[in-house]
Design a binder for this molecule. Sequence first.
Ligand code: PMT
Length: 396
Amino acid sequence: MLSGRHIVLGVSGGVAAYKAAYLARRLVDAGAQVRTVMTDSATRFLGVQTLAAITGSTPVVGLFAATDVSPHTTLARWADVVVVAPATAATLSRIATGLSEDALTATALAAWGKPVVLAPAMHTEMWEHPATQRTMTTLRSDGYLVVGPATGALAGGDEGIGRMVEPEEIVAAVEAALAPGDLGGWQVVVSAGGTREAIDPVRYLGNRSSGRMGNAVAEAAAQRGAEVTLVTTAGAVEQRRVTVVVVDTAEEMAAAVWKAAAEADVAVLAAAVADFRPADPAAGKLRRADGPPHIVLEPTPDILAGVAKMSPRPFLVGFAAETGSLDEAVVKARRKGVDLLVANDVTRAGSGFGTDTNEVALITPDGVVEPWPLLTKRQVADRLWDRVAAMRGAAP
Ligand code: PMT
């Protein structure tokens, strides 16, 4: 898919710059023509000569050093896609505010109208800072494609969110950016996160879902051209073409999903929904002094069953969280009226709740089980959309 495509790789100054060399190599190996642009500080982390040797073209560093009178517009016009990896907090902020004082930022701005993929990399505190989060909100709503960051080892021996995603995932994001619109015209509803069912005004019955799996499904669909309604209990996704509906309980999620599903072409229900809720939540906080409460549970609405019953109904993808064997998921795939079921064993390392990765098996209603390897949740999402597109056909 990347063969013959023109890719401008922008490298800004962070430790993850060393991975940009490997990324350049992967892009070249995939048949792409790659040109590079570096910030001054990036050259302290990665040699200009290294990128030149890999890509066969000398990186542009600085707006005035090149022989070209306008290196940024030349690069931007040449590019089919621009990818900035690593994208530091400063570079992201400059792109978001249009402060095009270096060749990389100027190229990113000059490429307006073309896909620009950003792979953030920074320390956790910098990523979580409200300034960075404001920047990301702006960038996403301006249509920039953001991949990562991941959670893992950071510079200086620290650990946390902020690590640049691996080059393979950036390559996948570049491929997706170049093939936008295969879901164009589709209306999609995705559920994400774990519902919370009140015990009293303070406590709830909940589960460990972080919303990452559903968010990845929603993000991938939007980046491929779909109009997405994301019904979630977890942090909102700031992404063009994603309308976020924040809910708390299974009842609220059911109402929002059913409303969107009535108009949708595809529904992907990745949320972990409580099957039972306290029948009579206490009006005031339960007191320890009163002893252990007797909590009577009642069933919540079965959201998936409600969508399966619709006529006409959207193409329906359910998820199944299992602990151990996937035999029960095969039964669910047959019984629940879905077109596809994505099963994950949430007890496996790197799989299920709260992780950046997932190891799933795709199950069809006739009981065919297709195990996938351990992938990032974004890769699972993209593969899932590939499959749904193949099963439904391209037309909405
Ligand atoms: O959010 P993350 O931290 O990234 O974790 C991802 C995940 C583990 C939550 C996700 O991959 C997953 O497995 N989601 C489904 C969890 C679940 O509730 O499985 P289940 O087997 O209990 O439910 C089967 C299906 O019925 C699901 O599509 C669920 O959304 C749906 N359901 C369940 C109960 C209910 N009352 N209504 C429903 O629609």
